[in-house]
Design a protein around this ligand. Structure first.
Ligand code: ARG
Ligand code: ZN
Length: 891
């Protein structure tokens, strides 16, 4: 069944209080729930409908009386009470089986401990309830369990009582002082230990912060704790938002479907986003932890204090909170180029995942109109494009204007469940702006195209920029209306400096070298006066809108921008355009069987950047990183993964052939000795050094392979260790075919096998590191379907742990295009088997994997044929969840 946004109706009853009691037992947990309800006079619905999934109802009482069997009806998904009075006290007892719950949705057991995940609709797997976000209530929770097995008992809010019970059991009672929707409910019980620190909040109040982990992991909590404190102080400073609780807990769990969950006062995290030390975590892991800890903490206001009226409004909290965590990470880096590097990484991700989603069968607006399974809409569109939409308010209204809008939003809606329109209204009203047209960013799917053309009149010293916007048709949306697009623009003179700008259409420019032009019509022209020479336009600075810009730059224009643009984002963008142009030509040449060539102009431009030591290493690394295979595929009508792979590989080896010495210099001059620190400068150095190392492997030479092998053996941190291993496993020397290099090839293979074995043995007790070991192999160019089938049988592999399943399978299906798209369709057959197996264990993870064949209609006819067979196999398998079916049917 499909749920539609237009069908929203208010709940028939409000819930004031919820008192829950849990008798925790892995096989049979008893849950008693007492709720007080009051009729909602705004609702036409007479009955009270409670949702429930897979529950055993033990008893139900209404206002103290056992409810007659004729007074209610139960089906697979709900419990319906006929003719209820206006004021109700409802007592419900249910029994559930957490150990059998492999979906990791609701109450489940992981490594012998209890955890919950209730967003979006997991609470209904615990008890019968109006499990919808606009029903907000105050919760009191009593937990009871065996004291030896479950010494720690946690829930939302404040601990108000604890003590002993008979039979070796104990209890803890928790009270959450704030009203909340059921999706924010959480409990944790088991053998855990914590790192704790007390901090002083802005108001002078004290708060206790705790990071809870399994016993062996206490040496990996400091970074999460630091990130939490930084988040708390940042939200006070930047948005005037203070922690509203006396106690804030983070708990790490190794079996978890997503990244983390913002349950009030009791955030539950995937271990991947908590645990770190130099031995086991990479620079990227450190950055990921900082951003996810920030993200979940920021939800305390944007999500929890003000929540969503219904799940169609998901981006109200997610888009906004991603924007906030992006800003947090940028502020933590501090430097200008650090900010730009973060921005580049975010845009890379948007293009890598969101643009394809927006162009494929699962395309949906930031505020979807319908869904079958809401979990499928925790998407890059709702999160990352949603964050871009919030960023556009920020760009349009300015730093202070945005803050005014946020202040008004909280003033109006604290402790309410609201819509994306309410957010937009607060932004508009606080700034006296009309943002009616801006609504289209929420309702129209698809990535808008923005065509740009320019004319310069040397005699009149005028310059015109014309914009033509359009948006491709997307699933269920054929006609699109113009968007309100903020386009940040600068003009460079021949010396590469910013010109000061005067635009006739712009009333009060705030910054005279970058103007935010507001494009609102299908066609629109902006006139600049007093332009002394023909400029090079820098369009969409800092990626001011999630659109594709089409503009006729010459190679010289792009080289000029790459060398000089004051906007570091567009500097990088110019380099990517130079590369993309050539990658598309090379791909076409591969398909036509023509010889491959790469011009020196491009290589010169790259070498200038690589050798410019006034630029941060992190920025140079971004420039030297080529557009991904997916980026290239997005530009093509028909995707031929093998041609793309060949083209990209050719470009990398040509770059290496010409720049060997420069790459070696970059390698040697960016070594980071001394104590490991994940700061921006060291991180950038390691990134550039490891990129240089991987380029060097494109040129089959023993010495460069040895460089990687030596780095592996001497590595003092995980970033260097995994960087070396990744270089080794993808080294060209391993696939050399001529007999002359046979012994070198053999020696390299031996060294690699030894390193892989050594790595495994050294880290076999660190699950997150073994995940990396699987990922490395799943995405290695040499890992074919046969090798994959072997890896799937490795004793350390399992489908029941999402991190482990993703580490190997998603790496192969999403990051190893040349092997996954094997011409005989064997990769797709493997995919179908795995989707079906995962579906029986964990529908959410299975549905994510199902997305890998989303774009099957874009591939070459021969591949399409095999993909279709695989899709049909999944569609016709038994007991396929609605999660997976929605994806397959849409494809
Ligand atoms: N609200 C969480 C976050 O963004 C994500 C939880 C999603 N979980 C799910 N099963 N859909 O941090
Ligand atoms: Zn979130």
């Amino acid at each position: 069944i499909t749920i539609f946004r237009k069908d929203y109706t208010p709940p028939s009853f409000w819930v004031d209080t919820v008192e829950m009691g849990f008798d925790l037992d892995p096989k049979a947990t008893h849950v008693t729930t007492r709720t007080t309800l009051r009729r909602n006079t705004d609702s036409k619905e007479k009955e009270l409908v409670l949702f429930g999934e897979g529950l055993k109802l033990v008893q139900i009482r209404m206002n103290g009386q056992k409810l007659a069997r004729t007074a209610y009806q139960i089906d697979k998904h709900s419990l319906r009470i006929f003719n209820p009075p206006d004021n109700i006290t409802l007592d419900i007892e249910t029994q559930i089986n957490p150990i059998k719950n492999t979906s990791l949705n609701g109450l489940y057991v992981s490594n012998g401990n209890f955890f919950t995940q209730c967003e979006a609709e997991g609470f209904r797997k615990i008890t019968y309830f109006q499990d919808r976000p606009d029903v907000m209530a105050k919760y009191t929770v009593m937990l009871r369990a065996d004291k030896k097995k479950y010494p720690v008992l946690l829930s939302n809010g404040n601990l108000i009582e604890e003590g002993k019970l008979s039979g070796g059991r104990h209890y803890a009672k928790w009270e959450d002082p704030f009203k909340k929707p059921s999706y924010l409910f959480a409990l944790v019980a088991g053998k855990l230990v914590c790192q704790e620190e007390k901090i002083k909040l802005k108001s002078g109040r004290k708060a206790l912060l705790q990071v809870w982990v399994e016993k062996g992991n206490l040496d990996k909590t400091q970074h999460a704790m630091d990130s939490l404190q930084n988040s708390i102080f940042w939200d006070e400073q930047r948005f005037g938002l203070e922690l509203d609780l006396d106690r804030f807990m983070i708990v790490a769990v190794s079996d978890f479907n997503m990244g983390a969950m913002e349950n009030k006062g009791l955030n539950i995290f995937n271990t991947k986003y908590v645990l770190a030390n130099a031995k086991v975590a990479t620079d990227a892991d450190y950055a990921g932890i900082e951003s996810v800890v920030g993200h979940e903490y920021f939800h305390n206001w944007t999500g929890n204090r003000v929540t969503c009226r219904d799940w169609f409004q998901l981006s109200l909290k997610e888009g906004l909170t991603v924007f906030r965590d992006q800003e947090f990470s940028a502020d933590m880096i501090g430097t200008n180029s650090g900010r730009a590097v973060n921005r580049i990484a975010d845009v890379r991700m948007l293009r890598q995942a969101q643009f394809p989603e927006d162009a494929g069968p699962m395309s949906h607006p930031v505020r979807p109109e319908s869904y079958v399974e809401i979990n499928n809409f925790y998407s890059v569109t709702v999160y990352e494009k949603g964050a871009e939409v919030v960023r556009m308010y920020y760009t349009l209204l300015g730093h202070e204007g945005f803050r005014k809008g946020m202040d008004l939003y909280f003033k109006r809606h604290d402790e309410q469940a609201v819509t994306c329109d309410d957010f937009r209204a607060a932004m508009a009203d606080a700034n006296g702006r009309d943002l009616t047209q801006f609504e289209r960013w929420y309702s129209q799917a698809g990535t808008p195209r923005l065509k740009v053309s320019t004319t310069y009149d040397a005699a009149k010293k005028t310059y015109e920029i014309s914009f033509t916007q359009s948006c491709p048709a997307t699933a269920g949306q054929s006609k699109k209306l113009p968007f309100h697009i903020p386009v940040a623009v600068g003009l460079l003179n021949a010396a590469g400096q910013d010109m000061s700008l005067k635009c006739q259409e712009q009333a009060n420019p705030t910054d005279s070298t970058t103007l935010v032009l507001e494009v609102t019509k299908a066609k629109q022209v902006f006139h600049f006066t007093n332009v002394k020479e023909r400029p090079t336009p820098s369009i969409l600075r800092n990626f001011s809108a999630p659109v594709e810009v089409e503009i006729n730059y010459s190679d010289e224009d792009l080289a000029h921008l790459l060398a000089h643009d004051s906007d570091a984002f567009n500097r990088w963008e110019a380099g990517q355009r130079l590369a993309m142009r050539r990658l598309l030509k090379l791909t076409a040449a591969v398909q036509a069987g023509k010889p491959l060539e790469l011009d020196t102009m491009f290589i010169d431009a790259l070498s200038k950047t690589l050798n410019d030591t006034t630029l941060d290493a992190a920025f140079r690394e971004q420039v030297l990183t080529l557009p991904s295979a997916t980026n290239i595929a997005e530009q093509l009508k028909v995707i031929d993964p093998h041609a793309i792979q060949t083209a990209r590989h050719f470009m990398r080896s040509e770059i290496t052939r010409h720049l060997k010495d420069d790459l070696l210099t970059a390698y040697e001059s960016n070594l980071t000795n001394g104590k490991y620190s994940p700061d921006a400068e060291s991180t950038g150095k390691r990134a550039l050094k490891n990129l240089a190392l991987s380029y060097l492997q494109e040129w089959p030479q023993d010495s460069t392979f040895d460089l990687a092998h030596i780095q592996y053996k001497n590595a003092k941190n995980m970033t260097d260790r995994i960087g070396a291993l990744s270089s080794m496993i993808n080294a060209a020397i391993l696939s050399q075919k001529d007999s002359a290099s046979k012994s070198a090839r053999k020696a390299a293979q031996l060294a690699l096998d030894g390193a892989l074995k050594d790595f495994y043995n050294a880290f076999k007790n660190e699950a997150l590191v073994i995940d990396k070991w699987f990922t490395l192999q799943g995405s290695a160019a040499s890992t074919d379907v046969k090798k994959m089938r072997q890896l799937l049988k490795h004793p350390a592999f399992t489908l029941t742990n999402p991190n482990r399943a993703r580490s190997l399978i998603f790496a192969f299906c999403n990051a190893n295009p040349a092997q996954f798209h094997a011409a005989d369709g064997s990769g797709y057959a493997l995919w179908a088997d795995l989707v079906i197996q995962l579906n029986a264990i964990n529908p959410q993870v299975a549905a994510r994997l199902a997305r890998s064949l989303d774009r099957w209609k874009k591939y070459t006819p021969a591949l399409q044929e095999h993909m279709k067979t695989a899709l049909e196999k999944v569609a016709s398998a038994k007991n396929i969840s609605k999660d997976v079916l929605e994806i397959i049917n849409k494809a």
